[in-house]
Design a protein around this ligand. Structure first.
Ligand code: ATP
Ligand code: MG
Length: 405
């Protein structure tokens, strides 16, 4: 039989028709299995050494639901914070990373074994007393933080998130950026680049007192700022577009079809990066006098927002506390869905101290959804039945123990 010859990525591959046929069949079987078996990402184990109030903790986790209970101030949030940190390289509570080191110790260390559909990934981080962080993926130190993103993907819900609808726009921007970053390390690099350019432009606005010289120099910064900003805005708009439908579906589910949600990105107009860039360049020119007066750049992705409309009214001013809670929960479930579609596996869901405050009928509905993936819930007490369906952990002063039913 005459072999077939292919050129793939400059490699010349020679195979018989029979080999090509079997390769095709195997690929079909793999695709079928992927579709049939809903892959879920799983944290298999967590080891914490001198992290917050954990001196030496080692915990193994299963798929499905894990409930971490304990009295106030025992270490529930500290535990889930370490998982969030391993995923995003950020703490949801502090920017001073020395806070993460156990009092009186030189440094903290944490290690996570994560099961993915392509195999296991080992993530480690070390934080020095000075607050410097280092990450290791499968034992190799990463040179850029963007290499950490995507190894462990989590959707994290904590009491502060309840402010997403009502708080200032920076909270909503942070919400978008954290999620997009988990999907794309290059987005993180874009943000870093944007902030550097923004700082340079602001410096010029503040310190260059000669108007002619300022106008000459600012052209360069406008061009660079608009180029980077247009890519950020285009990505964010795409993210919001994807979120719209599943969020509305989720809110209908949670509210038993009482609520309807619309959301929109508020920022420069345009769909393509080129359109957005042109729009930004116009606005930067138009707002120059104001920017000089203020001493900083008043338009761009660092000022953008998300608009939520619930049942035809601005959710910020009209929705109740309970409705705002439902919007956030819906967003989190929608995030789970779009992250799963994007990476082909369900991310890990973390609910810190928010679940127990829901009324029993909502708890029941959410409980059904949560058992589809790995979920870690913290709270002071849980009353779920049957208890045998989930793993129960208890923490007392930084010591975690498994609780049998
Ligand atoms: N760097 C640190 N070194 C030692 N202890 C710390 C450190 N950081 C925080 N803690 C302690 O950890 C405890 C808080 O833990 P955490 O926030 O996880 O509690 P929690 O179980 O979530 O409580 P709650 O139910 O009130 O939310 C506090 O007692 C705090 O003093
Ligand atoms: Mg807590």
């Amino acid at each position: 039989m005459r072999p077939l010859s292919f050129n793939i990525f400059h490699y010349n591959i020679v195979a018989t028709k029979k080999q090509v046929f079997w390769l095709f069949i195997l690929s079909l079987v793999y695709i079928f299995l992927c579709l049939w078996y809903n892959f879920t990402m799983r944290i298999c184990s967590v080891k914490l050494t001198n992290y917050r109030n954990y001196q030496d903790a080692s915990v193994s986790l299963d798929t499905g639901i894990t409930m971490l209970s304990g009295k106030n101030g025992q270490g529930k949030t500290n535990f889930v914070e370490s998982i969030y940190f391993a995923s995003t390289t950020k703490s949801p509570r502090t920017s001073d990373l020395s806070d993460l080191v156990l009092d009186g110790k030189d440094g903290a260390r944490a290690e996570f074994e994560v099961e993915r559909n392509f195999g296991k990934v080992n993530i480690q981080f070390v934080i020095s007393k000075k607050g410097e962080k280092q990450f290791f993926i499968n034992g190799n130190q990463v040179s850029k933080l963007s290499e950490v993103f995507g190894n462990l993907v989590v959707v994290y819900f904590c009491p502060q998130d309840l402010r997403v609808v009502s708080a200032s726009p920076d909270v909503r921007r942070d919400f978008m950026d954290t999620d997009i970053t988990q999907l794309s390390g290059s987005y993180y690099n874009l943000l870093v680049r944007y902030n550097k350019i923004l700082m340079q432009r602001n410096k010029l606005l503040k310190f260059e007192k000669d108007r002619e010289s300022l106008e000459r120099q600012i052209e360069v910064w406008n061009e660079q700022l608009a180029s980077t900003a247009s890519l950020i805005i285009k990505t964010r708009k795409g993210f919001i577009e994807k979120l719209k439908e599943p969020t509305n579906e989720a809110i209908k589910f949670i509210s038993s079809f009482k609520d309807e949600l619309k959301m929109e990105y508020v920022g420069a107009r345009g769909t393509t990066a080129q359109e957005i860039k042109e729009e930004l360049l116009k606005s930067l020119k138009y707002n120059l006098d104001r920017d000089i007066e203020l001493g900083y750049t008043s338009i761009g992705p660092h000022r953008d927002d998300i608009y939520f409309e619930l049942n035809g009214k601005d959710a910020r001013n009209f929705s109740s506390q309970g409705q705002q809670r439902s919007i956030i929960l819906a967003l989190k479930f929608a995030e789970m869905q779009i992250l799963r579609d994007e990476i082909g596996e369900s991310p890990v869901l973390i609910l810190d101290d928010v679940f127990s405050e829901l009324d029993p009928s909502r708890q029941k509905k959410l409980y059904e959804k949560m058992s589809e993936f790995q979920t870690i819930i913290t709270g002071t007490n849980f009353k779920f039945r049957p208890e045998s369906e989930y793993k129960k952990l208890n923490v007392t002063l930084g010591v975690i123990k498994e609780r049998k039913a």
